[in-house]
Design a protein around this ligand. Structure first.
Ligand code: ZN
Length: 212
């Protein structure tokens, strides 16, 4: 079935609706388990760090069906590993060195607006810089991408390449390298989420230091 983009209805939710829904959710959680929030408040020891896209359609906990406490999360446009971004790097540092997560997932998604903007050579303030690594990758993989005969396929392959490259970058960060050198259990996983089906497609894994 073809869905006409112009006929996708937007669910309007007011600011107040969100606060009302929060109260109802908190009540439903404590109705099921009266100590639920008291237990959560004691601390966190998640096994997973999720690095995903900021896109509103790819909620980390929702698509992975994880509960509060299970996922440490960082999201940015087009799920980039940019090693001079102190926000991202402090998240990775805290997750690996303090929380001792066992898995880092970089989850991209097909039809990513950040990837499309990079392919269109977006040069907006901040955004153009942020996407520069994807622009470089697009140049590098241009022959492979251009050989695909439809636009959706070209965009989606670029979305996959983007995830694969972020996993390589993650593996070469000093934080991940030090963890592996110490013998710490840490696996890297590159996934891509398909908004049209709700399914996660695993693309690549690095399960231990590839240089050892
Ligand atoms: Zn995206």
């Amino acid at each position: 079935m073809q869905i006409d983009k112009n006929h996708v209805e937007k669910r309007e939710k007011s600011y107040d609706d969100i606060l009302v829904a929060n109260k109802a959710w908190a009540k439903s959680m404590t109705d099921k388990d009266k100590d639920y929030f008291k237990r959560l408040a004691l601390g966190q020891s998640p096994d997973y760090l999720w690095i995903g896209c900021s896109d509103s359609r790819v909620p980390a906990a929702g698509v992975s069906q994880t509960d509060p406490g299970e996922l440490f999360v960082h999201r940015n446009i087009a799920n980039q590993i940019i090693t001079n971004d102190s926000n991202l790097m402090s998240v990775i540092k805290y997750a690996v060195d303090y929380l001792k997560v066992k898995h880092i997932v970089v989850c991209g998604h097909y039809g990513c607006g950040g990837v499309i903007a990079a392919m269109e050579k977006n040069n907006d303030e901040y955004l153009g810089d942020w996407l520069s690594s994807i622009k470089d990758a697009y140049k590098k993989y241009k022959a492979e991408i251009e050989a695909i005969d439809n636009e959706k396929g070209r965009i989606n392959r670029m979305c996959e390449i983007n995830v694969e490259r972020q996993i390589e970058k993650l593996a070469s960060t000093s934080i991940v390298q030090h963890a592996w050198d110490k013998g710490q259990e840490l696996q890297l996983h590159g996934w891509i989420f398909e908004i049209e089906t709700g399914l996660i497609n695993p693309l690549t894994d690095i399960l231990s230091n590839p240089n050892q």
